[in-house]
Design a protein around this ligand. Structure first.
Ligand code: NDP
Length: 490
């Protein structure tokens, strides 16, 4: 898809069903806009249940052929997809920046890189699949693995192709066929993936893409009786609707949901060397990362020094035009989201906090950026009780709260005082101490003296209201397979 720099694609996007790009049955379209400028980029199909039905039919028809391919053949497909995506890395980065408003350097380093890496990783990791056999009572138990069937993949806007490819790769690898729905706010790189599948000649119907709104297209995917598994990444409130719809149909369900992650600085945290990492954990992608450390808990002994140095580092962040190579923080996803995030800054003040960096765009405007752009300065709020709404609800924007603690027991209680349990980090001079503290955190993943350091073989997912199930390595491959047992008496 050709899009001039920051410009408009005159051709609306289309759904990708049964190997063909088609408009929505109704012919309806909706706009997708660049959040950094407010300009319309292009249009996408405003699809409905009838489009999902066509895509599901195509996926079901393609299933017998695809599941009869060998694992080695599917590994080759993943490698081919990775090769072509790698050739298109710069396009992926450019489109992601246009759609999300994130800095181009971040789109290259994270989005484009991981989208390719996801396909490569699963292609390589598949060769390590264990061939399980258990012997007992004079019999051999063979564990067989077959595809689940036709699966629905629903993804959010913050890391569009990164998260879609994280599901598509293991689903294809294990022999499933796919109906996918990206966020309607970020459809461009999902379209690029569909173009890639078409160029490569992936058998028709194996990968289908339906654009449109969540309550229409997403809901129709979850409701469709022929879709046997749903892998969903998004907010906890939406996850609740997905679970309520899918559970009575006994669909296999993977839910990767929201977070309110704590960054904990123990009294021996080496402030000299960690400040850049703490800023990165707080404000990467304008804080729109499910793993972002949005509550920073600091031991009283180092709090004052930390606060002063952190605010200096945050104020030094370059916020601006996402196309500029020097920009470190771009726009948030939309004007609506900007309003939501800013309402939390206002709430933080009402709840007794002090804004010590940033603030709403009304308080600290951006004279040199487009007036229709959705920009917010990186914002730090201090002095809030840990139990207030600002410190416990997911804001999903460039806002962090700072809190003091006196000892580790108090810190653990503060970390665990939310309904979420996705991720967190602990910073200390002692790795052993950090490791011990990490195990007391109700959290699917904890980093000690690092952040977003990912080994794709490890289990990824949240506890409490941050999700159900695990993705990554063997866990993804297990989710996208049915494991059955044949017991053969000797
Ligand atoms: P949403 O929950 O709003 O949307 C996620 C996806 O679900 C979108 O494609 C959306 O479509 C779709 N959707 C909406 N309603 C329904 C429905 N009734 N049935 C099925 N699908 C539906 O999340 P956001 O896009 O706002 O993403 C941000 C959230 O994602 C944050 O809470 C963040 O923490 C979480 N997240 C979690 C991650 C994890 O790994 N745990 C990783 C990344 C993000 P549409 O966009 O059209 O509404």
């Amino acid at each position: 898809m050709e899009l001039p720099n920051g410009g408009v694609n005159v051709q609306p996007l289309r759904n990708f069903i049964n190997g063909v790009f088609v408009p929505a049955v109704s012919g309806s379209l909706m706009d997708t806009t660049n959040p950094a400028t407010g300009e319309v980029i292009t249009q996408l199909p405003l699809s409905k249940a009838e489009d999902v039905a066509l895509a599901t039919q195509a996926a079901c028809n393609a299933l017998p052929g695809w599941k009869s391919t060998t694992l080695e053949e599917r590994i080759e497909w993943l490698e081919k997809i990775a090769d072509v995506l790698e050739e298109k890395s710069e396009d992926i980065a450019r489109l992601e920046t246009l759609d999300t408003g994130k800095p181009i350097s971040l789109s290259r380093r994270v989005d484009a890189y991981r989208s390719v890496a996801n396909f490569r990783f699963f292609a390589e990791h598949a060769t390590e699949l264990p061939n399980l056999q258990y012997e007992a009572n004079g019999a051999v138990n063979h564990v067989h693995r077959s595809p689940v069937g036709c699966v629905g993949l629903i993804t959010p806007w913050n890391l569009p192709l990164y998260l879609l490819s994280w599901k598509v790769a293991p689903a294809l690898l294990m022999g499933n066929t796919i109906v996918a729905k990206p966020s309607e706010m970020t459809p461009l790189t999902a379209n690029l993936l569909a173009e890639t599948m078409a160029e490569l000649g992936l058998p028709h119907g194996v990968f289908n893409l339906v654009h449109g709104l969540g309550p229409d297209v997403g809901q129709a995917i979850v409701e469709h009786p022929d879709i046997q598994a749903i892998s969903f990444t998004g907010g906890t409130a939406t996850g609740r609707i997905v679970a309520a719809t899918a559970a009575p149909m006994f669909k296999k369900l993977s839910l990767e949901l929201g977070g309110k992650n704590a960054t904990v600085l123990l009294d021996d945290a080496p402030l000299d060397s960690i400040m850049d990492d703490l800023v990165r954990a707080s404000f990467t992608n304008s804080g729109q990362v499910c793993l972002a450390g949005s509550r920073i808990l600091v031991h009283n002994a180092i709090y004052d020094e930390f606060e002063q140095r952190f605010v200096e580092a945050v104020n030094a962040l370059v916020v601006g035009d996402p196309q500029d190579e020097q920009t470190q923080m771009g726009a948030v996803i939309s004007r609506d989201h900007q309003s939501k995030v800013e309402s939390y800054i206002t709430l933080g003040l009402e709840e007794g906090g002090r804004v010590i960096a940033g603030g709403t765009s009304a308080q600290v405007p951006f004279p040199n950026l487009p007036s229709q752009g959705a920009f917010i300065r990186p914002t730090v709020i201090a002095g809030l009780p840990i139990s207030c709404r600002t410190a416990t609800e997911e804001i999903f924007g460039p806002v962090v709260t700072l809190h003091r603690f006196n000892d580790e027991d108090e810190a653990v209680a503060m970390v665990n005082a939310t309904d979420y349990g996705l991720a967190g980090s602990v910073w200390t001079a002692s790795a052993n101490r950090g490791h011990a503290f990490a195990q007391r955190m109700d959290s699917g993943i904890v980093w000690v003296n690092t952040w977003l350091n990912r080994d794709l073989r490890t289990p990824f997912g949240g506890v409490k209201q941050s999700g159900v199930g695990r993705e990554g390595g063997l866990w993804s491959m297990n989710f996208f397979s049915e494991l059955t047992n044949v017991c053969v008496q000797r």
